[in-house]
Design a protein around this ligand. Structure first.
Ligand SMILES: C[S@@+](CC[C@H](N)C(=O)[O-])C[C@H]1O[C@@H](n2cnc3c(N)ncnc32)[C@H](O)[C@@H]1O
Length: 288
């Protein structure tokens, strides 16, 4: 039986299950009901359920998103992660969506193959991130000058549409992970390059999740360690090849690589996130 036939036959049952799950999902209710959000700010009602995963990750790793940071959000549509990122990293006022000097005010560049409604302060690029032309365009938007390392945080929540053919889906996920990691290695700020205190473009104190944090000797308050250099968050779907990917493509480049499955991520999904902190630049003897 062809995969497409099998999928079609099971779709009404799985649609019902999906609907039931959506109705019971607290994060879906939060997303669709601004008044029930934990924050009274309208900016805290998000376009996607997925936004709550980033809220959770940013609470645990405040260095990912703080005021003045330049953030690239890959696989951004419909825009939940970009909303979280611009709320924490940038000003949404006029001028923050210009293309020059990405790190001067904090900004978010959102990339997706699908269209996305505008978000104040977020620059949106529609295109397939697996194409070199789109990657080149993002690099231009980031630094204004090709090759400049101007990005504090690369986020990738990219996920290819599921075909139902496991081998193909795994490969698509690995391709997206690989492309995001390679891009991150090209654009992230290198630790120590411009001092430790990255991402506070307006000279103000670091802010994480609304609370002030103070850095001392590479650490910030509440015992959370900050690693100098850019950071990256990569969505992946569990697969044996990813251990080699982590060891070869991530760990040599970053001070610390961890795996997180936020509580908002559905338990039945094999998705999780690599949290890569403190970009160190190319390992000795290796080019970007
Ligand atoms: C799980 S959704 C992202 C949700 C988003 N983080 C949010 O909070 O709204 C995954 C996204 O990856 C995008 N995507 C998949 N393949 C892509 C590609 N090759 N280039 C750019 N975006 C891609 C999809 O279009 C989809 O919008």
């Amino acid at each position: 039986m062809r995969a497409s036939t099998r999928l079609w036959k099971s779709s009404s049952g799985s649609s019902n299950r999906w609907l039931a799950r959506q109705q019971q999902d607290p994060y879906v209710r939060l997303r669709t009901s601004p008044s029930s959000s934990s924050s009274s700010s309208p900016a805290e009602s998000y376009r996607s359920r997925s936004a709550f995963k980033l809220v959770s990750l940013a609470a645990k790793y405040p260095a990912l998103l703080s005021r003045g940071k330049a953030v690239v959000d890959l696989g951004a549509a419909p825009g939940g992660w970009s909303q979280v990122a611009i709320n924490r990293s940038g000003s949404s006022g006029p001028g923050s969506d210009g293309e020059g000097g990405a790190r001067s005010r904090g900004k978010v560049i959102a990339v997706d193959i699908s269209p996305m409604e505008p978000i104040p302060g977020v620059s949106i690029l529609k295109g397939d991130f697996l194409t070199l032309g789109v990657q080149r365009r993002v690099r231009e938007m980031v630094g204004g000058r090709g090759g400049e390392r101007g990005v504090d945080t690369v986020l990738s929540d990219m996920m290819a549409p599921m075909s139902g053919v496991r081998g193909r889906d795994v490969q698509a996920s690995l391709d997206l992970c690989g492309a995001a990691a390679e891009f991150g290695r090209e654009v992230l700020v290198v630790g120590g390059q411009e001092g430790e205190d990255h991402g506070h473009g307006d000279g103000g104190p670091a802010e994480a999740h609304g609370e002030e944090v103070k850095k001392t000797e590479g650490k910030i308050a509440k015992g959370r360690k900050v690693y100098p250099g850019g950071n990256m968050v990569l969505k992946f779907f569990a697969h044996p090849d990813l251990e080699a990917f982590r060891k070869e493509e991530l760990e040599p480049w970053f001070a610390k690589v961890s795996v997180e499955k936020p509580k908002e991520s559905r338990s039945e999904s094999s998705e999780a996130y690599f949290i890569c902190q403190g970009f160190k630049g190319p390992p000795t003897g290796q080019k970007t």
